[in-house]
Write a protein that binds this ligand. Sequence first.
Ligand SMILES: C[S@@+](CC[C@H](N)C(=O)[O-])C[C@H]1O[C@@H](n2cnc3c(N)ncnc32)[C@H](O)[C@@H]1O
Length: 325
Amino acid sequence: MAAVLSQLAAPWTDETSVFGRDMLACLADKPHAISPKYFYDAHGSQLFDRICELPEYYVTRTELAIFRRHIYPMAALIGPEAEVIEFGAGSLLKARLLLDVLEAPRGFVAIDISGEHLNAACTDLRRSYPALTVTPVVADFTHPENLPLWHSTTGRRVGFFPGSTIGNFSMPEATRFLVAAARLLRGGGLLIGVDLVKDPALLHAAYNDAAGVTAAFNRNLLVRANRELGCDFQIDAFRHYAFYHPAQQRIEMHLVSATAQQVSLNGDRFALAPGESIHTESSQKYTVDGFRALATACGFLPRATWCDEAGLFSLHWLESPDPAL
Ligand SMILES: C[S@@+](CC[C@H](N)C(=O)[O-])C[C@H]1O[C@@H](n2cnc3c(N)ncnc32)[C@H](O)[C@@H]1O
């Protein structure tokens, strides 16, 4: 593997070389797995927006309904003059609900890995909130220590992390992120959306929609690899496969090769056997108590939790106490 990695050089730009290295590791290692962050180029972000509108995808409409019902107590807990930092901003739909009611926010920082989509969403947001300072940050939030936020002094920082994007992290990644977030947001807090353990049939439907949008979103990873890395995945020969793993309490999303195929990447060739899969995403589901315990272990004080009546989804206000106060 080290020898193969050392061959990676000139053909890729800095941006694609990180993707290239991760794809190389994915193809070289078994079982094959790659981070879901690579779904999100401009087309992937559009596909995600379509997923949010699907009848089977309860996540977005349930979270939006919880926001609409409880937005005032949420804003009261956040308090005045907060600098709001959204992780994984997407189309900024939910941020608008918050910005409509927050008292005198100092600024809004939107972090996302999907640069083109982020910049377009921030341009729209500036039009709607002309008095607000909106700062897009195209960055990978899985390395919070590298985010250009640590020295900002514009006000009390409040994190916003809706969409249950935290579910895409493994437990060690979620822990690492929450520990760093508690440090970054000291003296403020984090408003976070977390999907809950529920009837597996509902989960199965949500990740296997009838219109095939989630399947297209999943395959977009390979479309992107063919375009950006010069791979030759036979896209149509991959089946979207998403299932709920009850013991792990998570959805796993895979791309399964229906045929034997050889994939080339930067001069190397990798064989995929029929039935061999690439694990592209996990979506961890939590219980309310389980998530609050995790947040507490990471340095937060869980102060409030809001759920829908059917108990599908939860939102949490986690304070990050300032030890100096
Ligand atoms: C599940 S979507 C949620 C979008 C939006 N916050 C919502 O609630 O609908 C995840 C978002 O996080 C972004 N994202 C995924 N992985 C990321 C990473 N490692 N660093 C920064 N952004 C990431 C994606 O581009 C996408 O906009």
